[in-house]
Design a protein around this ligand. Structure first.
Ligand code: ADP
Ligand code: MG
Length: 624
């Protein structure tokens, strides 16, 4: 990665002052002139630090690392240690440059994702394509996307066929084929064909804006470790400043007044200044947020969006993973496998009635019925629609009251149902209170579901649970096939919340319960669990909002991967805390007793910081 302008300027300052210092050392005669000459490289390399320290004092925010460096180096110079003063500043700036480079690099990874931001949308004006700001495009407009361009707004393909690269959003490299009537989401890159798209959302509600908001805000939600560091620094920096002051004053006074010896002021002041240089907490302050940043960045490159460091932290402590069935473990794409009407209805009639009554619903079941019906639906002929979450739909169609849904719904309406011959999700139909038959549909288990459950065990999950509103037979069949530990079926959305609450009560204090759902009627559970994970969220706004972690593609394998990433990140965070504090403590002690000089102090500080930052960037790279 190339350096930015600011970093390049700093590199030049470092090189210039370094060469000057060497030059002075070799060429200038020893004595006061040479010493004064050191002020030139000192100011070249350190003027911004001195300025910031001065501003800090003016704003009464005295104790920061700029202040530490300024006091230590100016002090050293006043005591005649010109080389030290200049060199310490030089090393400090080298460390800062390195750090800003490393931060930039992990930021880059996130901004790669940010690269999904479209700059313009093409619309047709007087027979010509013109580029307009995506913000200005209204819902229902037709936009044109050429090969190589990003899709700027969510919409539906009107004409054209093409492949889309969704990798920036999902981490999935396989292109997705689209043709007319397919939904497309903003942020994908159009690979080959020209598409005309009818927009269904404004820019600010489009997927791309949602994701960008989410990523931009992720650093606001701080983890416990980061909060600890902030608090720590608030007390630590003033504390070391006072300790240094004490080190400069108390021992000489003790020697002079009590022991009646030479107080050796110079030596103790140098020790105090060394102490200040050592105490600079940069390694800690920078490497902890950087590690989280790296973890979040690394995850986003795999299509896992984590809304804050706190969730990354919680994810590492997850011991129970509760999953919804439909759309999470199964594809949520039902297919009609049987239609069994009762006289006087025919198969066609039953399907037509079902498709019409379901026309307003966004449930996967409704989609499958509409697809099986495959004819245009005049939604105006359906009125008084009432969707009962986890049960079905009741509506008026052609002057009849129709109820469509599961056993539970039929029981409520006191309608006797007939048991189907095969296993499958039953969609019962009642017309004007009389049973009219059922439609049997079935869903397909995702190919990675079984493997996903195994992987969860490998990353230390104690129990996997499947919750579903579907019938017991269907639920048990799926649970057995994917080897899930516990299954609860025929649940209403509020029962799912209760099941999660039961688990939360049962688990130990530090353990966390994660719920994974597709966001369709499970937003309450997503919110209630310690961590809500929404999957296949592309296009589902409710899920993106309700969840703490969003898996951009439909793959349940990503759950275990997210846990792996979070654990690795936390391991790195702890390593850095222990390492940085350990070395710091040791150096402070050695410094106070005069065993290390300022050279070693700055070396240790920059060294620790570089190691900590290098360690932190490891969080970016995760093997699957
Ligand atoms: P899951 O827990 O598998 O996500 P839901 O809570 O979405 O399932 O739905 C539970 C059950 O309620 C479904 O299996 C179905 O029997 C019934 N149901 C829900 N919505 C509808 C609908 N729109 N049409 C027909 N049946 C429905
Ligand atoms: Mg569901």
């Amino acid at each position: 990665m190339a350096m930015n302008k600011k970093q390049k300027r700093m590199l030049i300052r470092i090189l210039v002052s370094f060469i000057l210092m060497i030059g002075i050392r070799i060429l200038a005669p020893k004595g006061i002139i040479s010493e004064l000459l050191y002020l030139i490289p000192y100011f070249i390399i350190g003027y911004d630090i001195l300025r910031k320290a001065g501003l800090g004092i003016l704003h009464k925010e005295v104790f920061d690392e700029n202040f530490l460096m300024a006091v230590a180096t100016i002090g050293a110079m006043l005591l005649g240690e010109y080389t030290e003063g200049a060199a310490v500043m030089l090393f400090y700036q080298i460390g800062e440059l390195f750090q800003s480079y490393a931060v930039g690099k992990s930021r880059k990874n996130i901004t790669n994702l940010m690269d999904i931001r479209p700059d313009y949308a093409n619309i047709m004006e007087d027979g010509k394509l013109v580029q307009v700001d995506p913000d200005d495009v209204e819902i229902g407009s037709i936009i044109y996307v050429q090969p190589g361009e990003k899709i700027p707004l969510d919409g539906i393909v009107e004409t054209g066929e093409s492949n889309l690269n969704t990798s920036a959003l999902t981490g999935e490299s396989r292109p997705r084929e689209v043709r007319p009537n397919d939904e497309v989401i903003s942020g994908c890159v159009n690979l080959n064909g020209v598409l005309s798209i009818k927009t269904t959302k404004e820019f600010e509600d489009s997927t791309v804006s949602k994701i960008l908001d989410l990523v931009e805000n992720s650093s606001m939600k701080k983890s416990r470790s980061e909060n600890f560091i902030t608090k720590f620094a608030r007390y630590y920096t003033p504390a070391v400043c006072y300790a240094a002051l004490a080190l400069a004053i108390l021992p000489p006074l003790f020697f002079a007044l009590i022991l009646k010896q030479d107080p050796m002021w110079g030596q103790w002041i140098i020790r105090a200044l060394t102490f200040l240089v050592i105490s600079c907490p940069c390694a800690l302050v920078i490497s902890i947020p950087l590690s989280f940043f790296g973890g979040i960045g690394g995850a986003s490159a795999k299509g896992i969006l984590i809304k804050g460091s706190n969730y990354l932290e919680a994810m590492a402590e997850t011991k129970y993973v509760v999953m919804d069935k439909t759309g999470t473990l199964t594809k949520g794409v039902f297919e009609v496998t049987a239609i069994e009407p009762k006289a006087p209805y025919s198969k066609e009639e039953l399907l037509e009635i079902a498709a019409y009554v379901e026309s307003y619903s966004s449930h996967p079941i409704s989609k499958s019925l509409k697809e099986a019906y495959a004819k245009e639906i005049d939604i105006l002929s359906v009125t008084d629609v009432e969707e009962i979450s986890g049960q079905g739909v009741i509506a008026h169609y052609k002057d009849k009251s129709v109820a469509i849904g599961n056993e539970k719904l039929m029981n409520h309406l006191h309608i006797e149902t007939e048991v189907p011959n095969e296993i499958g999700t039953e969609v019962h139909v009642a017309i004007d209170g009389v049973y009219a038959g059922h439609i049997l549909i079935s869903d397909v288990i995702k190919s990675t579901a079984k493997n996903a459950i195994e992987k969860l065990k490998q990353v230390g999950i104690k129990q996997t649970v499947m919750l579903t509103g579907d019938s017991k037979q269907v639920a048990d069949k799926v649970a057995k096939e994917v080897s899930i530990d516990l299954v609860k079926s025929e649940l209403l959305p509020e029962n799912k919340v209760k099941e999660v609450e039961k688990l939360i009560e049962k688990k130990q204090e530090k353990e966390k319960v994660a719920f994974v759902g597709d966001g369709i009627n499970d937003a309450p559970v997503l919110m209630r669990a310690d961590i809500g994970i929404a999957m296949g969220a592309l296009g589902s706004d409710a899920a993106i909002e309700a969840a703490d972690i969003v898996l951009m593609d439909d793959d349940p394998l990503k759950i275990a991967l997210a846990i792996k990433i979070s654990k690795k990140t936390l391991r790195i965070v702890y390593q850095n805390i222990v390492f940085a504090l350990g070395i710091k403590g040791l150096c402070l002690l050695l410094g106070a007793f005069g065993f290390v000089n300022m050279w070693w102090a700055i070396f240790a500080d920059v060294g620790v910081m570089i190691l900590a930052v290098l360690n932190a960037t490891r969080a970016l790279y995760i093997k699957e």
